[in-house]
Design a protein around this ligand. Structure first.
Ligand code: ATP
Length: 261
């Protein structure tokens, strides 16, 4: 996989201008323990992390290092044992279950390895589902921008079974973006795609960040995929052990080798 030029453009611009970015989401002293007593597992061990707005962050680490747990806790899909998660300044622990569900629906987007599209709905209906469920009308201009950025304009009337895997995942990304979320969480988004479709999807995710100013966080095992991010955070045994800005596949591979994956 080649390193895209677009990523370097945004990273350099930031550096040159010394710009301080807003934080879209953060974890503060985040700990998560599963089980109790002798069988207790510390899946997250004092993680403090800021996710800057308008950036693409990848989370990597060996199997069992806590990547999914971190993403699930950041996204309010799971709760911490101690510490804090803030989404745009809102402490998730201060919300009731219902408020947290609404925050997830209105302010976060999700893309999973399996596309999770509804088979009976068209691509357009799948994309607008989150706003339809919230009882809002889709913003036409934003819908058009998202559809054009993801090159889905001529696929809107197709059902998922009439789309390639890559196109289905682009519909899933468009659906994640339709509410203009604070953060899009992507869990192995290229895991079910062949190499070519995977590269294409990563380029689209890059342009979602560069052209639409969205914030993307991606868990991946693939060093080539991580190289599309602005920054890679490496977890081992539930803690952040290393960070890399302007990653290349080679640098990511080298660090992962050192971390024992
Ligand atoms: N629901 C659970 N109950 C008990 N232990 C859990 C649970 N979920 C995760 N764990 C444990 O927490 C640790 C971190 O798991 P997690 O799934 O976050 O790692 P990961 O880095 O995403 O792994 P992988 O790359 O294999 O998906 C592991 O030791 C795992 O066994």
């Amino acid at each position: 996989m080649t390193t895209p030029g677009l990523r370097q453009r945004s990273a350099h611009t930031d550096e040159e201008q010394g710009r301080v970015r807003a934080v879209a989401a953060s974890a503060r002293g985040a700990c998560k323990v599963y089980g109790a007593g002798e069988t207790a597992v510390a899946a997250l061990d004092d993680v403090t992390l800021d996710l800057p707005a308008g950036r693409f962050t990848a989370i990597m680490g060996p199997s069992g290092s806590g990547k999914s747990t971190l993403m699930h806790c950041l996204a309010g899909l799971d709760t911490l044992t101690s510490g804090q998660v803030l989404i745009g300044g809102t402490d998730l622990a201060s919300l009731s279950d219902k408020e947290r569900t609404i925050l997830r629906r209105d302010r976060l987007g999700f893309v999973f390895q399996a596309f999770n599209l509804l088979p009976t709905l068209t691509a357009e209906e799948n994309i607008t589902l989150p706003v339809d469920l919230a009882g809002h009308a889709p913003e036409h201009e934003w819908f058009g921008t998202v559809v054009d950025t993801l090159n889905l304009r001529d696929r809107l009337r197709h059902r998922p079974s009439e789309l390639s895997g890559g196109q289905q995942q682009r519909v899933a990304v468009a659906r994640a973006l339709i509410t203009r979320p604070d953060v899009v969480f992507a869990d192995e988004p290229t895991g079910a795609l062949d190499r070519k479709a995977g590269v294409e999807l990563l380029r689209f995710l890059r342009s979602v960040v560069d052209d639409l100013g969205q914030t993307v966080v991606m868990v991946t095992h693939d060093p080539g995929a991580a190289a599309y991010a602005d920054r890679v955070v490496f977890l081992v045994d539930g803690g952040i052990v290393e960070e890399l800005t302007e990653p290349t596949r080679e640098r990511v591979l080298e660090i992962m080798g050192r971390l024992g994956d």
